[in-house]
Design a protein around this ligand. Structure first.
Ligand SMILES: Nc1ncnc2c1ncn2[C@@H]1O[C@H](COP(=O)(O)OP(=O)(O)OP(=O)(O)O)[C@@H](O)[C@H]1O
Ligand SMILES: [Mg+2]
Length: 321
């Protein structure tokens, strides 16, 4: 059986600017696949090529075995899309938004009505069915946009930043819906810049930066490979930092500095590092905690994902690789 998506040396140029730089990856059917990266990494560009909205500049891209260049119409019928910006019709009601979308796929009216009601029920929107979209909350709009992407019962659902800008409760609700959809056999492809979201939902993921793939694998593989099971966060006065970093490098620890915090990626055994920190009177505080994907990103790029100024980041060299 062909992969859900297969990309080989895939590139995208916008007037000579390379937004996707020759990437290779495969998405298995039935999995939740994550595309992670900061602003401008090329996530939207990549998924827009997958759902045949943007033409491929170079390389090969197949979806469910069909080439996006040759078979865009049949691919579009088998894909559902939840774009980065909600593009719902604000003047129509919640249910009408689903019915109008169904008509684009030549779904008969009775079938469309039945599916719309099922989806509204699944996403907890039945009581809002006749409400104008303008009047519903941000989290509800997002759920409606996901429901709309499913109206033609696609095999793959592509979600571009499904929970950006939502409150924690709405995010968790969407995660739960996505888990249930995966259980029903749907392939999910999602972009995100939330590491916790990827860690919670994704079976496999790629981490992108400036159009390139920096790393790929399952969340637990990436954590084990890049940063180990545990990380120590130590608060150190900048004037004392160099001394500590020298001592740590003697213990072959990899470190990353962010503000006043030194992140110490512990090799196998943390005892030697903890002893060093205990005996270091210059240290304010430190804590040992389980590693997360955020640490992987920090180690790969020298910077966390949640930062305000993407432009500034774009100008920086990343330190790893
Ligand atoms: N239509 C366009 N014309 C020219 N450049 C573009 C266009 N669309 C995107 N880009 C550039 O391509 C790069 C990748 O953009 P893209 O929107 O794919 O990133 P992203 O990872 O989705 O970012 P975000 O997290 O902000 O949504 C950026 O540098 C962006 O400025
Ligand atoms: Mg985007």
């Amino acid at each position: 059986m062909p992969f859900a998506v297969e990309a080989q040396n895939l590139k995208k140029f916008y007037n000579g600017f390379q937004a996707v730089a020759g990437v290779n990856f495969r998405i298995n059917r039935g999995e939740c696949f994550g595309i992670l990266g900061p602003n401008g990494a090329g996530k939207t560009t990549l998924v827009e090529m997958i759902y045949c909205f943007l033409p491929v500049s170079e390389g090969r891209l197949t979806v469910l075995g069909d080439n996006v260049v040759e078979e865009p119409r049949s691919i579009k019928k088998r894909l559902g899309v939840v774009p980065q910006e909600n593009n719902l019709d604000l003047e129509l009601t919640v249910r009408e938004n689903l019915l109008v979308y169904a008509s684009y796929y030549d779904i008969s009216k009775p079938v469309a009505r039945e599916r719309a009601d099922q989806l509204l029920h699944f996403f907890g929107l039945s009581s809002k069915a006749n409400q104008e979209v303008d009047r519903i909350s941000g989290g509800m709009k997002r759920r409606l946009t996901i429901a709309r992407g499913l109206i033609h019962t696609p095999e793959i659902l592509i979600l571009d930043e499904p929970t950006t800008g939502l409150d924690p409760q709405s995010r968790r609700m969407i995660w739960e819906h996505l888990r249930q959809l995966k259980k029903r056999g749907l392939t999910l492809v999602l972009t995100t810049h939330y590491m916790d979201e990827a860690g919670q939902l994704c079976d496999n993921l790629i981490i992108m930066n400036r159009g390139e793939i920096l790393e790929e694998g399952s969340p637990s593989d990436l954590i084990r490979r890049q940063v180990g099971e545990k990380v120590i966060e130590a608060e150190v006065n900048p004037s004392k930092r160099e001394h500590l970093l020298d001592n740590l490098s003697a213990l072959t620890c990899e470190t990353q500095v962010s503000g006043d915090t030194v992140y110490i990626f512990i090799p196998e055994d943390e005892t030697a590092v903890v002893d060093l920190l205990k005996n270091n009177r210059e240290l304010d505080t430190y804590r040992v905690r389980p590693s997360t994907l955020e640490d992987v990103f920090l180690k790969l790029t020298g910077r966390g994902l949640d930062y305000a100024d993407a432009e500034e980041f774009a100008g920086r060299e990343y330190q790893a690789l």
